[in-house]
Every structure is written in structure tokens, then in C-alpha cells.
Design a protein. Structure first.
Length: 435
């Protein structure tokens, strides 16, 4: 089972204080708010996507009290609050700290950890990664060195099914059948096998080795290293030995080409015998009423936790199997995506206008107008060429440009030549491209 939050760490910096390395990194957090066209934005890191029902209540209350009221999910399973009022930072930090969502202000932007959302729930993979998640988060919050990681540096804890391994994290732990872990650093050709009990410590060692290998403050991710990930792996192996962690270098398995999202609907097959509910969120935006329903379902019917997924979905674990169908029906009636037959299945978009000044289009409205029969490929709508939050793998890309909206198809890493399409013909063009 995935675990919730670690205990608080000592000696925080004052809100807004940053290490020299992170001063050029504008990635938003819950203490460093981002100014958007619709108000301030706070990104609340949720390691592994796990929040308790009580923490979900706190997030929902803050979204309504200080912002627009909705919860926005990110491609790393974090939660964003938008439309925040000026001067709300102090109250936001205080309330997040009281709820356990801000265990260490010094580390609030570096707690970027994704984990297999269905770990331990469906009988797939090699068992739960919850102990790794709890220990890694606690180690991060206790590490003075880890403060210097950028807000973009990513850890992934994969239970062996390959879902979050496919996301291309900077440091990945891949669970093995005997309980050991394979440690990846970026796209290095090799991996390192370490005991499962030492896996979280090994991940922190790898992150600290990255920091010491980075030539300047602008080297935010392993892919930015001038000497490449293989040189870093060699240094990681050396440091693991110095830390008395039993490490064996081995060839790295091929990463899955597709980052497969959890199947939607009722999830069964876990060792506990309980079921789980897996739902998608249209365009990653959960209304206040939907959020209350999810939190209430977790509290009354589940194990009192929610798991936010990197595919902008939510999993409610610990549900009685005989109650699953009725509960899933209620979530579907509230507008959440409960199966692949939903027309919203596979449809994503950035925030677009009016929330983003860089966006050239209200892509969310266009995505809604184009929703139709489910296609073979997912589709992602971007308000500008930055394509913020776009998914990995095969997809249809719709990108707003000064000349119109470009439509292209990504398959197997190759992209077709983009075609500029008039707004009135977008729905038909996108439907044809999706197949």
C-alpha cells in the first residue's frame, strides 16, 4: 500500500528563501507562487500522489477560500490551486503545514516523486512501493543537500509494471520479483541492482551525486549533464559502495515506449481483497463538488486516502467489492470518467486562455467542442508551442499558432508534418487523426 506523508523535517528556510542553485528555476510551488493571467497559482507537491481524506478536505477548502474553487491535476500527480488572491501566501503556507502537506518548507519544490498508482491494488507488478515512497520522502526532507534539486528533477517508483518507468524520470526505482530494486539514472545504458531495503537511500545518493556532477545552476535534470547519464551512473556506483549499499551494475531493461495510464473503472486483484475505483478527470480539472465527492468516498467507503495519478486521474483504494459498482456510478454521474467509452477518455489540454498569458487560444473550450466518439489515439491541445503538460507516447497534437491550429500525429517517436487547420474544421480533422 502506498503511504501518506513523512514526519516534518527540522530547520526550515523562511517562505520564499531558496538555495543559490534554484534561484534561476522558476518552477512554481506552494511557497513560490506563479503569477498567471487568472491570478496566482500554487503547485502543491504530493509525493506518489497520495493524500489522506483530511488533506483532500484541506486542499478543497483552500481552493474555495483563496482561489477559484477547483483542483487542477498535473502530469506528475500533483495538485494546483489557481486564481489565488494577492497576499494569500502566508495563510496558504500555514494551512498546508497544518494539514501535513508541507512537511518541510525548505524542500517543498523538490518533493517530485511519482509512483505506480495501482501498486498493491490489482495483483500486477511485484508488490507495493509504499515503503519506498514514505522513506524516500522522509530522506529528501531531512537532506540539506537535496534542497538544491530543481523543481523539475523527478523520482519515479515503479512496482515492476513499467507505468511510471516510462515517464523518463531522473532517478527511477524499478521493483524486481525478489523485492530488490533496479536503480536507473536518466537514460543511462546500465542500471544498478540494490536491496529493496536500501532502495530509497540509493535513490537519494543518486540525486546528490547528480548535484555534485552538475556544472552550473542551470543543469536541472540528468539529461542536461554535459558528460551524460552514463558518467553519472559510474559515480553513483562508487558512492553506493562508499555508503555500504550492496550495488551490482547490470544492463538496464528497455523502457516501455508507452506510459500506460491505469485502466478506468473497478480495480480488483489486490492481496487485501478490497476493490479500488479508478477515474479520469476531464482536462485534469476537478470541480469543488467532484472533489468533495471523491474525498467523502475515500473517507466513508475506502481506506481514507486518494491517489492522484500522473495521467490526471484519481484512484480511491480500499472499497468493499460489493459497493464498487454503485460508487463508480455515482462518480460517473458527477462527471468523472469511469471507463474507456467516455468521450472525454484520452482528451487532454493545457490551461490555455484566459489563464495563461502565453497561450494563443482557449484550447479547453475548443477541446470540449471537439469531444466526440473515442478514437484510437489520445489527443492533447496546447495553447502554444511549449506544449506544457503534454503526455508521452503516441498521440494527436493540436497546437495553437499565430496562423491557426496545427494538427500532427506522433507515433513511435516520429511526428507527421503539421497541418494548419481553421477553427471551424478542427473537430472533424482531430476526429479523423485520432482514428
Amino acid at each position: 500500500m502506498l503511504a501518506a506523508m513523512p514526519p516534518p523535517a527540522p530547520s526550515p528556510l523562511a517562505p520564499g528563501e531558496n538555495s543559490p542553485r534554484t534561484q534561476g528555476d522558476a518552477c512554481p510551488g506552494s511557497l513560490r507562487l506563479h503569477r498567471a493571467d487568472d491570478g496566482a497559482l500554487a503547485r502543491v507537491r504530493v509525493p506518489g500522489g497520495v493524500v489522506t481524506a483530511e488533506q483532500a478536505d484541506a486542499l478543497g477548502e483552500l481552493a474555495g477560500l483563496l482561489g477559484e474553487g477547483d483542483i487542477h491535476l498535473t502530469s506528475r500527480g500533483n495538485a494546483q490551486l489557481r486564481g489565488l488572491a494577492d497576499g494569500c501566501g502566508g495563510e496558504l503556507a500555514l494551512r498546508l503545514g497544518e494539514s501535513g502537506l508541507l512537511p518541510s518548507p525548505r524542500h517543498e519544490r523538490v518533493r517530485n516523486v511519482v509512483a505506480s498508482p495501482l501498486s498493491g491494488l490489482d495483483g500486477r507488478g511485484h508488490g507495493g512501493v509504499g515503503p519506498w515512497l514514505a522513506e524516500l520522502d522522509a530522506l529528501l526532507c531531512a537532506s540539506d543537500r537535496a534542497v538544491s534539486l530543481s523543481g523539475r528533477f523527478l523520482f519515479a517508483l515503479d512496482d515492476g509494471r513499467g507505468d511510471v518507468d516510462a515517464l523518463g524520470a531522473d532517478v527511477t526505482l524499478l521493483k524486481q520479483g525478489d523485492g530488490a530494486a533496479l536503480l536507473r539514472v536518466g537514460a543511462a545504458a546500465d542500471a544498478v541492482r540494490v536491496p529493496g531495503a536500501q532502495a530509497a537511500h540509493a535513490a537519494l545518493v543518486a540525486a546528490e551525486a547528480f548535484l555534485d556532477s552538475a556544472p552550473d545552476a542551470g543543469t536541472w535534470r540528468v539529461s542536461d549533464l554535459p558528460d551524460g547519464p552514463d558518467a553519472l551512473l559510474t559515480e553513483v556506483v562508487r558512492r553506493l559502495g562508499a555508503a555500504e549499499i550492496d550495488a551490482t551494475r547490470s544492463g538496464a531493461p528497455a523502457r516501455p515506449r508507452e506510459a500506460a495510464a491505469p485502466e478506468l473503472g473497478t480495480v480488483t486483484g489486490g492481496a487485501s481483497g478490497a476493490a479500488a475505483l479508478s477515474v479520469g478527470v476531464p482536462l485534469g480539472r476537478i470541480t469543488a463538488a467532484q472533489w468533495r465527492l471523491l474525498a467523502g468516498t475515500a473517507r466513508r467507503e475506502g481506506d481514507r486516502t486518494l491517489r492522484l495519478t500522473p495521467w490526471r486521474g484519481v484512484v480511491v483504494p480500499g472499497v468493499a467489492p460489493e459497493r464498487a459498482a454503485a460508487l463508480l456510478g455515482a462518480l460517473g454521474a458527477a462527471g468523472l470518467i469511469t471507463g474507456p467509452e467516455s468521450p472525454w477518455h484520452g482528451v487532454g489540454a493545457c490551461i490555455g486562455r484566459p489563464g495563461c498569458a502565453k497561450s494563443l487560444s482557449d484550447v479547453r473550450a475548443l477541446a470540449g467542442a471537439a469531444v466526440g466518439p473515442v478514437g484510437e489515439l489520445p489527443v492533447y491541445w496546447s495553447g502554444c508551442a511549449r506544449r506544457c503538460g503534454h503526455p508521452h507516447g503516441d498521440r494527436v497534437d493540436v497546437v495553437a499558432t499565430p496562423e491557426g491550429h496545427e494538427v500532427s500525429v506522433v507515433r513511435g517517436g516520429a511526428r507527421t508534418a503539421p497541418v494548419t487547420v481553421a477553427e471551424q474544421t478542427l473537430p472533424a480533422t482531430v476526429a479523423a487523426a485520432r482514428g
